[in-house]
Design a protein around this ligand. Sequence first.
Ligand code: ATP
Ligand code: MG
Length: 447
Amino acid sequence: DIPPYAQTAFEILESAGFEAWIVGGFIRDTLMGRSDNARDIDMATSATWRETKRAFVEAGFSAHETGTDHGTVTVVVDGHAIEITTYRIDGMYTDSRHPDTVSLASTIEDDLARRDFTVNALAYHPRRGLIDPYGGFSDIEDGILRTVGEPLRRFGEDSLRILRGCRFASQLGFDFDPVTFEAMCAAKSKTLSLSRERVSHEIDLFITGSHVHDALLRCIDVLAAVLPELVALKGFDQKSVFHCYDVLEHTAWVVHNTPAHPLVRWAALLHDIGKPAACYESDGARHFRGHPEISIIIGRGLLQRLGYSSKFTEQVLSLVKRHDDRIAATRKAVRSALRDLDGDTALFIALCQLKRADAMAKAPEYRMRAQTCESLLEILNEILAAEEPFTREGLAINGNDVIALGVAPGPEVACALDAALDAVIEEEVGNSLDELVAFVESWVSSR
Ligand code: ATP
Ligand code: MG
């Protein structure tokens, strides 16, 4: 059964005289039993983008051309986006100046031939059923990623397919057909000419996949082209009692153990990236003094190269920086950690998730530390419920009050408020106006 919004789209295109098929991820995921009626749907049609757009607009729906190559129209039906692409013989490398003439010449079978992997090259029609010319159904059953056609040629046409392969391995838990995998390795350097937006989009999907541990270990030599900084982690032994894996596998577990959000997963991916560079040996042991700082330098370069915003980059790096900090399971310690993160509770939660995932990936005897991180989150909830302050704004005294007590307007005001905040966090002073006035008066006189 197809969802009602897809049914509506079929009816609109067919009553306008066109053919349409559901294609892509929706079919694949439904056949895998991962059906999610909320997800976006991809459709292929014999209509040109102009005809598609007209049919939907006339039926009263919004329709926007979204493909860079005049191929795709996104329509919104009952709140669901449907990406409708005109039948094409070729992919991204077709002459985009003549998309209509190229696409009108082809059929759904031709259109399936230009798709990347067999598991993505199935089409479904509510009355005509499934078309599966490349054995996609059996590859789904076997969990195999195999290109439609000769892999080296297909990766040569569009190297994004190489990264899509890694991403599907992580999202679906599929393995590669050996010939396809060999071609991914052989053609990986072609991914260097992709735009950083397309690369970072695929890497985000890769690291948030639910099979990322296996996929990272499997794909490291392919991802090496776009993430060369990770390669030094492979086989790097920390020679420490805390760890039972090399740094790459440890990293893979930490990523896997965090919730599937880009921020915390990026922090997990980068948290130990400076370990090999920071390493030195003395007395037969390996030491990593300065490692979070070196990880930050390497991580910043990587995230900037991939075009992440400076806000996102700095959030990731502040997690990397603090991932090894001990935070005691006390309200004092949690409040001061929150203050150090400028009161960003979402970032604190991400930090706890990262620390928990890191602890869970250590040698078995050290995994119980994960428990402490869970307690930190409980303590955070208590602090929030009790409205205990951890930023200047949370204090019962404000800048004007402080100036009225004789503090000079300007930077001194922030100093006074910070001193008050520290005292409240440390429970030396209560968070009431009376107590804080007395505190600031004595602070002024001690200056
Ligand atoms: P998702 O679950 O992320 O939506 P998807 O398989 O639907 O995965 P889309 O990016 O939505 O992927 O693309 C829809 C379909 O278009 C794919 O299933 C595939 O058949 C085809 N496709 C997308 N990108 C390419 C490409 N670079 N080369 C060939 N075919 C592609
Ligand atoms: Mg899709």
